[in-house]
Design a protein around this ligand. Structure first.
Ligand code: 4AD
Ligand code: MG
Length: 464
């Protein structure tokens, strides 16, 4: 019989009244009087609660004492048409079991309207709030949509390593992985640490990007994508940086930079559209509570053609803007988020793809342009976020790649395998990386990146 199986709240709210049902979840609120009690029950399947009605002729005060905010309960009863506004059905309770009580004197989520800062301190409980329920359900939906997008296009999901011995971005700032005794590491004659005695026989770190291995995949399987955690040890305490974040990195053989931009633009629009079509309850909640323009902004991105503009012209616009920036800008400087947002929010009022950056501010692997100064990079800049995607056409010429590696005083030896793909059957190819949490900032309208990942990692912060 149905009443033995728990039915999720999301499912109950779609059902016709009539049958006996079993619901399980956490009590959000309890109110009522001597005759009747109302409990709002939430089980995380949807932002909506189901109302449980207790006729106090059938239940003693004592039996409902532990049915308090935060407690986990199981309720059996009849699904009936609701007379109250706001829901079509409710449960007339017949039986209740308290699976896990929550002491009202100490349960931290009694009141509504806690600050985001406070909720970050209770990362173990914040998924039980409406806000974080919405954000994490949307996070799931976006993750699923990403796999669907690429699978439907015939891309293969390639699992690239988490532990590597290479620094893909050449930017330093990596987390070291070692089993050496840190109080007494083995030393070489010159006094430096002897990593040949370490676990991997060489110095290793957590990956900053799966791209280099992704390129190996593209140069064999055509079109691949990675979707995994990446790690950066930069001391960046900003609302847009995490030390551990997830990145989606497609890499495609035979794509030039234009094909790359076309794919990236189609990809982001697909994801935003997917959210609008599949996450409306959650988006509506976030729109009402946090950001009244959220849904409007999402719709506008789906229907807008992104601006495509060389870096050089972008810098000219910034220099002629008359705007006072915290960081001055001139040709050759790396753009700060304030510059990116000026272009997107003030100048063009839509997403911008900036291309052909100076080679000195970009990674070694980017395809060099004939001008000798710029590379075939493309960054996608978004309202409120700044850079959401970074990508490029890759240097496929063995000679040019090697000379750039030498110029940057990087080590050809640790990259021997990467270099060999340019020696054997090299091909034009391109790819990009989408920061998953930056995408989620945009889609949820949250202001801080620490609020779109369940357990954020940031400098001095690894709780939970
Ligand atoms: O621009 P990035 O560093 O590019 C790469 O790693 C390339 N290997 C990607 C590629 O071409 N396959 O990082 C890509 C994206 C950024 O645009 C940003 O969205 C995100 O990753 N990102 C971060 N997100 C959160 N916290 C951080 N510390 C981030 N650093 C980069
Ligand atoms: Mg970048």
């Amino acid at each position: 019989m149905e009443s033995h199986t728990r039915v999720k709240v999301s499912e109950l709210l779609k059902r016709e009244p009539g049958a006996e049902v079993l619901a399980k979840g956490w009590v959000r609120t309890k109110r009522g009087n001597k005759n009747i009690s109302f409990v709002a029950l939430n089980d995380g399947s949807t932002v909506k609660n189901i109302q449980i009605v207790f006729d106090m002729n059938s239940f003693s005060e004592e039996s409902l004492k532990e049915v308090s905010t935060g407690a986990c309960i199981a309720v059996k009863g009849e699904l009936t048409a609701s007379l109250g506004s706001g829901q079509s059905v409710e449960i007339q309770a017949k039986e209740v079991t308290v699976l896990g009580p929550a002491d009202p004197d100490t349960y931290p989520l009694q009141k509504k309207g806690h600050s985001m800062e406070f909720l970050r301190e209770i990362g173990h409980l914040r998924p039980r709030t409406n806000t974080f329920g919405c954000v994490f359900r949307i996070r799931h939906a976006m993750s699923f949509a990403i796999h669907k997008f690429f699978n439907d296009k015939g891309f293969f999901n390639l699992h690239t390593p988490i532990i590597t011995a290479s620094d893909a971005e050449g930017a330093g700032a990596m987390f070291q992985v070692t089993t050496l005794d840190m109080t007494n590491p083995p030393k070489k004659e010159d006094g430096t640490i002897d990593y040949s005695q370490d676990f991997f026989g060489k110095s290793a770190n957590l990956t900053v990007s799966g791209q280099l291995e992704g390129e190996l995949g593209a140069l064999a399987m055509g079109e691949i994508y990675t979707f995994g955690p990446t790690f950066r040890a930069e001391n960046s305490n900003t609302p847009r940086h995490l030390s551990e974040f997830w990145m989606i990195e497609p890499e495609m053989a035979f794509y030039d930079i234009k094909d790359n931009m076309d794919l990236a633009e189609e990809f982001i629009k697909y994801l935003v559209k997917y959210a609008l079509e599949n996450c409306m309850d959650d988006l509506q909640f976030l729109n009402d509570m946090f950001d009244k323009e959220l849904i409007e902004r999402l719709r506008s991105v789906v229907n807008t053609e992104f601006v495509r503009l060389p870096y050089t012209q972008g810098v000219e616009i910034l220099m002629n803007s008359g705007q006072k920036f915290e960081y001055p800008v001139s040709w050759g400087t790396d753009l700060q988020s304030e510059h990116e947002r000026y272009l997107v929010e003030k100048h063009f009022m839509k997403p911008v793809i900036l291309t052909d950056y100076p080679k000195d501010i970009k990674a070694f692997y980017m395809k060099q342009n004939d001008d000798g100064k710029t590379v075939r990079a493309m960054d996608i800049l978004f309202p409120k976020i700044g850079e959401i995607i970074g990508g490029s056409q890759r240097e496929e010429s063995l000679e040019k790649l090697e000379s750039r590696i030498d110029e940057l005083k990087m080590d050809r030896e640790t990259l021997w395998w990467y270099i060999e793909t340019r020696k054997y059957g090299s091909a034009p190819h391109s790819g990009f990386g989408l920061g998953f949490e930056r995408l989620l900032l945009f889609v949820t309208g949250m202001a801080n990146i620490r609020d779109v990942i369940p357990f954020p990692r940031a400098p001095k912060n690894a709780e939970f």
